[in-house]
Design a binder for this molecule. Structure first.
Ligand code: DGL
Length: 285
């Protein structure tokens, strides 16, 4: 009997999680993906834990009810604030972005600073996590890195999501904003005896500006490695797929809770391919 096609639900507050789907598609042949972007209620990054959890659980249940046998919480903010609640409310495997991202940053740190020694400056090698305000306030990355025996410093970068959604990914304003956030973060880290050796992109939108982040770091004299939690999550999820199912191209269908036209237009920038059809979904207020 042929194996049933694996169906993976990918959930995000909006378009950003398409960077995770983009990384997943080539790694998961033979798999069907259902992507849900809760565009009517984004951004999540400035909302409370209670609200984020309610929204994320509703979306997760929708994906489970529509035949998904694995759920990827592609949103850093939803993972940081709602992963335990989501796991309590669905009966399928759930993978968030934080643990894979933290592990990838730990590997990067081990490559550049084997032994975790303080350098000549006396500063301890650490991971700089860039994320939304809600993710930073949750300290989910700091705590996950601590469980891996690593120091992390979290910096909220609330202006980056709107700049990316505006399409200003290669724009002088973006470069100025990045220089300000990164200079502040590096100085704040130095003040507490930390040295950034890896910079973890702890928000779905940041892979689109990874080059600009790298460039700003170099201009500020930092050679920290930039680590993408979307790519790390995709590798983790792909490793769970049954080998027998891995034939033929991966396929996907998209749902959005607000304008399907806007989702198809902006989403194709995040996914870096055309999105032919988007289904409108009403999850309530
Ligand atoms: N998807 C969110 C994240 O990765 C960014 C956008 C938002 O704030 O909703 O944190």
């Amino acid at each position: 009997m042929p194996m049933p096609q694996p169906t993976i639900g990918v959930f995000d507050s909006g378009f950003g999680g398409l960077t995770v789907l983009r990384a997943l598609l080539p790694l998961a042949p033979g798999t069907h993906f259902l992507y849900l972007g809760d565009t009517a209620r984004l951004p999540y990054g400035a909302k409370s834990q209670t609200t984020i959890s309610r929204y994320a659980v509703e979306s997760s249940r929708f994906l489970e009810d529509h035949g998904c046998d694995h759920l990827v919480i592609a949103c850093n903010t939803a993972t940081a604030l709602a992963l335990p609640d989501i796991r309590d409310h669905v009966g399928i495997a759930v993978t968030g972005v934080i643990e894979p991202g933290a592990r990838a940053a730990a590997e990067a740190l081990a490559r550049v600073s084997p032994g975790d020694h303080a350098g000549e400056s006396g500063a301890v090698p650490a991971i700089l996590v860039l994320a939304t305000a809600a993710t930073v306030q949750s300290h989910a990355y700091r705590d996950t890195c601590a469980a891996l025996g690593l120091r992390a410093y979290e910096k909220a970068c609330p202006l980056l999501v709107p700049l990316v959604e505006e399409g200003w990914t290669d724009h002088p304003v973006l470069r100025d904003v990045l220089r300000i956030y990164l200079r502040e973060a590096l100085e704040e880290m130095r003040a507490v005896g930390l040295r950034a050796e890896a910079v973890l992109l702890g928000c779905t939108h940041y892979p689109l500006i990874a080059d600009a982040i790298r460039q700003a770091l170099r201009e500020l004299g930092s050679d920290a490695e930039v680590v993408d939690s979307a790519a790390a999550t995709a590798r983790t999820v792909a490793a769970t797929l049954p080998v027998a199912a891995t034939t033929g191209p991966a396929t996907f269908a998209c749902y959005a809770t607000d304008s399907v036209e806007k989702f198809a237009r902006l989403g194709s920038v995040f996914l870096q391919r055309n999105i032919p059809e988007v289904h409108l979904l009403d999850l309530g207020g």
